[in-house]
Design a protein. Structure first.
Length: 339
């Protein structure tokens, strides 16, 4: 402040502050830092004068639920039950009635419909089947006949009926892969081809970890080679996230596979030439995830097929947070569930 007063006024900011200061009768006194205990937070952060906005997301409108609780006959009955038998299974938590730590929703209210839309129709919910939709919702909510209502909703979903096919158990016995010891050490790699060009991409490289079943979806452009695939693999999987894998199972021809490994080692900066593992049959996981990804994209971009590459991050997020081993890995590595 002293600098503004005694220095030559040069900048527009100095003009502005000088104009404000001349209207006051004041005295400028220097105080040593330790004695200046009343300095406020803003004066200590001279460079961060703008206010930041803090955004948070909510899975449901809790205030709306609290309001309904007062008028809804069903919730009033449950509330009385919670008060009469404190503890399990019903209890009050933060002004809401809960059943085993899940918020009780009146089964005939509009909230059920909006929750079903949010947890089934949205891109991060991915039009999952009934059981998976139920598992997502049951992390937070409870209402009577919940499973049946969800099943009816999913069965009647127009998008699901258009985009999904019936799944059958594969014929014959598969040769299982050895059980891995670590996550992201033994992987499978496959490609989804024949897609419409979207942001110059025409294929998806799917990389799945054998242990956690979690996956990465990487957009590719045709024609791709072992070199370009290795570069994408390093960029999306190896360098940023998981390190060099021990084995990769792929149904590509051996020439492509060995060239891919050579490129991978070169890009990773290693001079060790480890041998790549050969396995005659994958464990069926690739077929499952490929079908899941294709169905997800059909659900959300069937009217705009050239937009699929923009939905790929959502598809990956949805797959990795869907109930199963990959969801457990997600919870362990991020520390939270989907919502
Ligand atoms: Zn659906």
């Amino acid at each position: 402040m002293l600098a503004i007063v005694i220095a030559r006024i040069l900048t527009p900011e100095q003009h502005k502050w000088m104009g404000k200061l001349v209207g006051y009768d004041y005295e400028i006194t220097y105080k040593l830092g330790p004695t200046n205990k009343a300095a406020d937070a803003l004066s200590r952060h001279a460079q961060s004068l703008c206010l930041n906005t803090v955004c948070s997301q909510q899975a449901a409108s809790w205030d709306e639920l609290r309001k309904i609780q007062v008028s809804d006959a069903y919730l009033s009955r449950v509330e009385k039950l919670a008060d009469a038998t404190p503890g399990q299974p019903y209890a009050r938590q933060n002004g809401l009635v809960c059943y085993k730590n899940r918020v009780v929703i009146p089964p005939h209210s509009d909230i059920v419909k909006s929750l079903l839309q949010e947890y089934h129709d949205s891109p991060i919910s991915g039009h999952s089947r009934a059981l998976r939709t139920f598992k997502r919702l049951a992390q937070l909510f409870y209402w009577s006949a919940m499973h049946r209502i969800i099943r009816e909703y999913v069965t009647a979903c127009d998008v699901c009926q258009r985009a999904k096919s019936a799944s059958l158990v594969p014929a014959g016995l598969l040769q299982p892969l050895p059980v891995p010891n670590q996550v992201w050490e033994d992987l499978s790699m496959d490609f989804i081809d024949g897609l419409q060009p979207s942001d110059k991409h025409t294929s998806i490289m799917v990389v799945v970890d054998h242990l956690s079943k979690s996956a990465h979806l990487i957009p590719l452009s045709h024609p791709y080679t072992s070199k370009s695939v290795a570069a994408k693999f390093v960029e999306y999987v190896v360098m940023k996230l998981h390190g060099l894998p021990k084995t990769i199972v792929s149904d590509r021809d051996p020439v492509f596979t060995s060239a891919f490994w050579r490129e991978l080692w070169k890009l990773s900066g290693t001079k060790l030439c480890m041998s790549s593992a050969y396995h005659p049959q994958s464990d069926g996981q690739m077929e499952v995830i490929n079908r899941c990804v294709e169905q997800f994209l059909r659900c959300f971009v069937h009217e705009r097929p050239k937009q699929w590459s923009f939905m790929l991050p959502c598809a990956e997020y949805w797959y990795n947070t869907t109930a199963g081993n990959h969801h457990r890995w997600w919870v362990m590595s991020t520390g939270h569930h989907q919502f």
